[in-house]
Write a protein that binds this ligand. Structure first.
Ligand SMILES: [Zn+2]
Length: 110
């Protein structure tokens, strides 16, 4: 719910900057680790955006896959199964390079 609120805030601020009449669409990139439930986020976005410039805007959600990088050999790999062991060298010093982000990618205004 707090996420939906900040997405609305970002969209409204962008529309105001552009002197736009309303927000048509907001595209959000959400990492898999965020465990966002799309239907829930879309619902709260609709509730939070009522009576704002983003009222009635379409929320587009794109999911960023979970990708880890090994600190030992720099290999990047699909970490979707949550294995935190490098498939290249069996190293266990893994950094997440994708999958934890949550950001507004783009906003379409009218
Ligand atoms: Zn490695």
């Amino acid at each position: 719910m707090a996420i939906a609120r900040s997405i609305v805030d970002i969209a409204v601020a962008a529309a105001q900057r552009e002197n736009a009449g309303r927000v048509v669409r907001v595209n959000v990139l959400a990492g898999e680790l965020r465990a966002i439930i799309p239907a829930q986020l879309i619902y709260y976005f609709g509730v939070m955006s009522q009576d704002t410039l983003a009222d009635g805007a379409h929320l587009g959600l794109e999911t960023a896959p979970l990708v880890g990088r090994c600190s030992d050999c720099d290999e990047e790999f699909d970490a979707r199964d949550c294995s935190l062991v490098c498939p290249g060298c069996n190293g266990q010093d893994i950094q997440m390079v994708s999958g934890t982000e949550l950001r507004v990618q783009s906003i379409e205004v009218d």
